[in-house]
Design a protein around this ligand. Structure first.
Ligand code: NDP
Length: 325
């Protein structure tokens, strides 16, 4: 099978497409013929070696996959079943989706939602499913469209693009924060009512600022997250899922203890199965397939290394879907 393989040894850290013997696939009770995988921010860190994502070598990256079961020792899946996988350390600790085949644990798999093709599910991928987890958290904490505007940071990226579409569909007034003014039209087509220059949020700011946001979906971290908390309205909710600006978080407790703001952490990797299924079910019902095409860019396995570099430079719009066949 063809696979993107990451190796690290005396010659350094490198990723390249190679022919790999299927006998080298790791242990697991289900084998999947992969049709599509994706490139998320984390995959780009793994492929370029710019972040400590891969913890075992050699590694096949790819935290997402969609394909068809070819062999199964699990009563839950049979050959021919269409499945998807997001996270669970796949592409980090266990060989992932950027290969012709993957052998995984059955409990990591969920059936491909009927509303989506394998390709559409991968256009959504971990980034889109995480956007849905953020929207679900806002709802669980009582944020409704009547409460006011919702801020989405890292707006032209994968999480941001899908979050805008989902929030707009639910009737929220969405304000998109982006460093790319040339993508303003794209962000408005997805459903943003207003586009802010991200520099407004990305520099150190005051502990408490003018109250504006009823809710926030933050894919960026660092000063952006601190400023988002500082400008969230009384009782508002900030969902933190990303670190595209940085992992640091220099903030004060002022928004939390004086305005009752809630900071909700979002993890997609080990999110329980029931919540995953709920998120995918909501994605199937609420995401406009036409907007998915607007968000998608398809590449081949061979292009994955070069595009990973572009992604980390913030040059990729929306989502990258990888045709591994
Ligand atoms: P993308 O690269 O697609 O999007 C990130 C966006 O952040 C960019 O498009 C850019 O948007 C913005 N950005 C990039 N660099 C900076 C910077 N220096 N300062 C401010 N903004 C910046 O990544 P994804 O959408 O796939 O992921 C976003 C984040 O969410 C990542 O940190 C990722 O690791 C995290 N994540 C976390 C998950 C979880 O389970 N918690 C799951 C999925 C993702 P623009 O050009 O519009 O400003």
């Amino acid at each position: 099978m063809r696979a993107l393989l990451i190796e690290k040894d005396d010659q350094g850290y490198r990723a390249a497409v190679q022919n790999v013997d299927e006998a080298n696939l790791p242990a697991g009770d289900v084998t999947v013929e992969v049709a599509y995988s994706t490139l998320n921010y984390k995959d780009a860190l793994a492929i370029t070696g710019k972040g400590p994502v891969v913890r075992q070598f050699p590694m096949v990256p790819g935290i997402d996959l969609a394909g068809r079961v070819t062999q199964s020792d699990s009563p839950d899946f049979k050959p021919g079943d269409e499945v998807i996988l997001n996270g669970f350390g796949v592409g980090e600790l266990h060989w992932g989706g950027l290969a012709g085949k993957a052998r995984v644990k059955s409990e990591w798999l969920i059936p491909l939602p009927k509303a989506f093709s394998a390709r559409q599910a991968m256009v959504i991928g971990t980034a889109g499913y995480t956007a849905m987890l953020c929207v679900m958290a806002l709802e669980q904490h009582g944020v409704t469209p009547e409460r006011g505007e919702v801020l989405v940071t890292g707006a032209a990226g994968g999480v941001g693009s899908v979050a805008i579409a989902l929030l707009a569909k639910r009737g929220f007034t969405v304000v998109a924060s982006s460093g790319r003014s040339e993508e303003a039209e794209y962000l408005r087509t997805l459903g943003a009512a207003e586009v802010l220059d991200r520099s407004i949020l990305s520099e150190p700011g005051k502990p408490l600022q003018k109250e504006r946001w009823a809710g926030v979906v933050d894919a960026v971290g660092s000063h952006t997250l601190a400023n988002a908390c500082a400008s969230t309205r009384y009782g508002g909710v900030v969902t933190a899922c990303g670190l595209a600006q940085g992992m640091d978080f220099s903030a004060t407790v002022a928004p939390f203890i004086l305005r009752g703001v809630t900071l909700a952490g979002i993890d997609s990797v080990y999110c329980p199965r029931e919540k995953r299924l709920q998120a995918w079910d909501l994605l199937a019902r609420e995401l406009d397939p036409k907007l998915l095409e607007l968000v998608a860019r398809e590449i081949s396995l061979e292009e994955a290394v070069a595009v990973s570099g572009e992604l980390l430079q913030g040059k990729v719009r929306g989502r990258i879907v990888v045709d591994v066949t």
